[in-house]
Design a binder for this molecule. Structure first.
Ligand code: NDP
Length: 610
């Protein structure tokens, strides 16, 4: 006898996959191997749902007047604006009359059964994450036109998304107040709570994350020690260990703290615009001040002043290991603080990827999603400021150290290339700071050891390895070689920047006329997946560009040792792993639409290879 809660023929409420909305459905069968129920919507659409996505009708209070019109797909498009199953967040925006009408009934948003559902396909049994059979769509005007000719509901839904984007912000804000998003999310919170625990552990679970907490600092130590060797060959493993007391100096730690707090001060300056991040699980949007580029300019002015007054910046080179140890010690203390404060954070503010209930895992991946002290967002700050800006300052210190040690009046061509390429990368990140708000680090990962160590230690001290290497291992390259490497870096940068801009602009405003030539697949979440342009070339064109640049950063170091190629090797591993993580999340988010995208764009990062 199968262990099932709902019987065949029973009328229940089924969650629309990828959303928080429930609709009246009839159970038609149960598969006791996959433990999935096949349920039928009123318009005939069939989906396979997990038991956790089905509720009894008694747990929902019905509004008869609303639910009487049964077939969801027969509703007018104006109603569908707020009810589309694929619009969990945007679906909260109703017309003001509707909102007032329902003011006293908080449960209304999840009771509706008269919503627009995608038109059933010929074979309308879909998998769990079912989304409408998608047509590739390009610009908004063509959608409007098509809709007039053929009221296809999928198109209608995509249109809703556009009309949302095109509406003036003021009006949006007003509506947000009227509909009181908070209230609506309070209602659905209970339902979402059940699934807020992290079930699938990444990075090898508890053992893997524990190992990484030792392995990452050990790797930094190893790389820096090797780089100091005259012959940094892998055959010389292990490098001689320095005396413990030589790794720590209070003054160096003081300089590190000064740097960290100076950057914090710059980030708090009321210059630069304030933007909203993506909606959180409770519907709230956090505000972020975008002033990274200004912080960079202020830092450049401060460093310029120090140099003018003959401050020896190569102090950084002389105490490089001690700086790395100071940053590592600080990141451990910061991680402990973050974990302790996360224990008091409300459930809804925990990171979807760092709420497993296992101390080690949550400590590593980060328990709280957006830890803030007042308006100061710790994760956002660490992502782009002390480490990233620190990286270029370290590079500059290496350049000066090279000149000083070798008694040169100008730096080597190799050093100039490494400095310029990486400076371009950092300036680009700060110039396009807003784009970081849509990255996995901000939207999915909590702030714990992984990001604290990554941002404050790994980025500045490992990414500057080529410059560090060149100080002790001068490498002469000819102008034609330098030109070829520069072209390679430019190609990488072009792919990286245009791919990222294409996606960011599309996410910000899919109706942007500049993107009208692009085609995309609509999904049940209301977002589209680009299938032409860079995102139709490979599934992560931005990673491809990034890897090409990484190679260009290592090539100026010549071919005597593999050490300066550590970055590109590590980076390929990182991005292949990151791509797999992202793929997994996208599959969960977009279901069949993602599978269709993968069929359409078969290569992940490297065309015809991977
Ligand atoms: P991406 O910018 O690659 O974003 C991935 C997300 O894009 C997906 O989750 C999905 O999110 C969306 N997406 C995927 N496919 C499509 C499509 N076809 N059409 C539209 N949207 C799509 O994520 P990352 O945060 O990993 O990378 C950001 C940048 O940072 C990259 O350039 C990367 O190279 C760089 N990076 C650099 C690192 C470094 O150490 N130097 C480390 C990590 C990243 P959704 O649908 O929800 O919008």
């Amino acid at each position: 006898m199968p262990n099932r809660r709902f019987a065949d023929g029973e009328m229940v409420m089924g969650r629309w996959p990828g959303s928080v909305l429930y609709y009246e459905v009839q159970v038609t069968s149960y598969d006791d191997v996959s433990h999935l129920y096949t349920v039928k919507y009123k318009d005939g659409t069939e989906l396979a749902l997990k038991e956790s996505d089905i509720r009894s009708q008694s747990s929902f209070k019905h509004r008869k007047s609303q639910s009487s019109s049964s077939s969801p797909s027969r509703r007018s498009s104006s109603r569908s604006r707020s009810r589309s199953p694929g619009r969990p967040a945007k679906g909260r925006r109703r017309s003001s009359s509707q909102s007032r009408e329902h003011k006293d009934d908080k449960k209304k948003t999840i009771q509706e059964t008269n919503v627009v559902l995608p038109k059933p396909s010929e074979n309308n049994t879909r998998s769990y994450n079912g989304e409408p059979d998608s047509t590739e769509i390009n610009d908004t005007s063509s959608i409007i036109l098509e809709q007039k000719l053929k009221p296809d509901l999928e198109i209608e839904r995509v249109l809703e998304q556009y009309s949302y984007s095109l509406r003036p912000r003021k009006e949006e804000k007003k509506k947000e107040e009227i509909y009181s998003e908070k209230k609506i999310f309070e209602t659905i919170k209970g339902i979402e709570k059940a699934s807020s625990k992290t079930k699938e552990l990444e990075f090898g679970g508890r053992i893997g994350t524990l190992a990484l907490m030792f392995f990452l600092p050990a790797t930094v130590l190893y790389l820096l020690l090797m780089c100091k060797q005259d012959d940094p060959s892998l055959m010389n493993f292990p490098p001689p260990l320095p005396a413990l007391e030589s790794l720590w100096e209070a003054r160096v730690f003081g300089v590190f703290l000064l740097w960290f707090f100076l950057q914090a001060l710059f980030s708090l300056l009321p210059i630069g615009k304030v933007v909203e991040g993506l909606p959180l699980s409770n519907g709230r949007k956090l505000q972020y001040r975008i002033n990274g580029f200004y912080a960079f300019l202020l830092t450049a002015a401060a460093i310029g002043t120090l140099l003018y007054f003959r401050f020896e910046l190569d102090y950084l080179y002389d105490h490089f290991m001690q700086f790395a140890v100071s940053a590592a010690a600080f990141s451990v203390v910061l991680s402990i603080y973050l974990y302790i404060r996360s224990l008091k954070a409300p459930e809804e503010e925990l990171a979807p990827g760092g709420n497993s209930g296992y101390f080690v895992y949550d400590f590593f991946t980060g328990h709280e999603l957006n830890p803030r002290i007042g308006n100061f967002d710790l994760k956002y700050f660490c992502e782009l400021r002390p480490g990233l800006i620190g990286w270029v300052v370290i590079n500059l210190a290496m350049l000066l150290a090279e000149m000083k040690i070798h008694n040169w009046s100008t730096p080597s061509l190799s050093m100039i290339l490494v400095n310029s390429f990486q400076l371009l990368y950092v300036v680009d990140a700060l110039w396009n700071e807003e784009a970081v708000l849509t990255t996995m680090d901000i939207t999915h990962d909590g702030f714990g050891f992984m990001l604290a160590f990554g941002d404050l230690v790994w980025v500045p001290f490992v990414y500057s390895l080529q410059a560090f290497y060149l100080v002790g291992h001068p490498t002469a390259i000819s102008w034609p070689v330098a030109a070829a490497i520069t072209i390679l870096n430019c190609i990488g940068y072009y792919i990286f920047r245009s791919a990222n801009s294409q996606k960011n602009n599309f996410r910000r405003n899919p109706a942007d006329p500049r993107l009208s030539y692009l085609k995309f697949i609509p999904t049940a979440t209301g977002k589209g997946l680009l299938v032409t342009g860079w995102w139709g070339f490979v599934r992560h064109p931005n990673y491809l560009g990034d890897i090409i640049m990484a190679l260009a950063w290592s090539l100026p170091c010549g071919f005597n040792h593999i050490l300066p190629y550590f970055y590109v090797i590590y980076f390929i591993c990182l991005l292949v792993h990151r791509e797999a993580r992202d793929e997994h999340h996208c599959k969960q988010k977009y279901g069949l639409a993602w599978e269709r995208y993968c069929q359409r764009v078969p290569y992940r990062i490297f065309p015809y290879i991977y």
